[in-house]
Design a protein around this ligand. Structure first.
Ligand code: C5P
Length: 227
């Protein structure tokens, strides 16, 4: 059984307001994308990588890819489409494990990657890294006013990676697309089929770089992890 890594990296990262997509912004001397791929390679040196990039991407440098087996995939309009393009292009067997990891999470640790890999292999519906919600959750009722408080019990933040058997993930994402369900992660497509992926408690520093402040935070996290 082989392990496939799908890294969606075809987003524009508009919320960063930067001159380039966020995966190419410098973080501790190297682009975010290079850090993310290095972390994945540290945990899974023999895995096969499918890297989803915008077809017009001018920033990518293949020197940042540490994997021996990898392929470039054209991204789609949405994250889900980028992942589906990768699944259509790889030569995976139904039982092979596929782990999908957002390029914008460069601080994921080898230990968390390994924990997720074990859980994804052990659970028929797959697994995702996740973190219990700590804050009180408010529902906005328009006009920036809080109208209700959502019970936080049992609420988790969904992180990546998320791992599934190839056949399940491919089927779940195809169904979501066919039914017009917009999913922002892979586990939600499996849930929409009635599946229940395992929540794997993750470190709190698996930050997703989204806003300009996040780069400095990510640099501090990497320095702390190295120390
Ligand atoms: O923007 P956001 O951080 O939510 O995007 C999540 C991930 O999906 C990022 O790694 C981004 O590069 C990727 N993505 C993609 N194709 C798209 C949109 C986003 O691969 N069309």
């Amino acid at each position: 059984e082989r392990l496939w890594l799908v890294v969606p990296a075809a987003g524009q990262g508009r919320r960063m307001g930067a001159d380039r997509p966020k995966q190419y912004l410098p973080l501790a001397g190297r682009p975010v994308l290079a850090h993310t791929l290095a972390r994945l390679h540290g945990a899974f040196p023999t895995a096969r990588l499918a890297l989803c990039l915008d077809a017009d991407d001018r920033w990518f440098d293949p020197a940042w890819v540490p994997f021996a087996h990898w392929q470039r995939i054209d991204g789609g309009r949405e994250r889900m489409e980028s992942v589906r393009n990768a699944l259509a292009a790889i030569d995976a067997a139904a039982d092979d494990l596929v782990m999908v990891h957002d390029v914008a999470r460069p601080c994921v640790t080898v230990a968390d990657l390994q924990a997720l890999h074990l859980a994804a292999g052990a659970h028929p519906d797959g697994a995702l890294l996740a973190m219990p919600v700590a804050d009180t959750m408010k529902r906005e009722g328009g006009e920036r006013q809080s109208v209700t408080t959502e019970p936080r019990d049992g609420l988790w933040h969904a992180l990546t990676p998320q791992g599934f058997r190839f056949a399940l993930l491919e089927h779940a994402l195809s169904q979501a697309a066919a039914r017009g369900i917009a999913v922002t992660d892979d586990a939600s497509a499996v849930e929409a089929l009635g599946g229940a992926p395992k929540l794997v408690s993750a470190r709190r520093d698996n930050l997703k770089i989204t806003h300009p402040d996040d780069l400095a935070l990510a640099a501090a996290i990497l320095a702390l992890q190295a120390g």
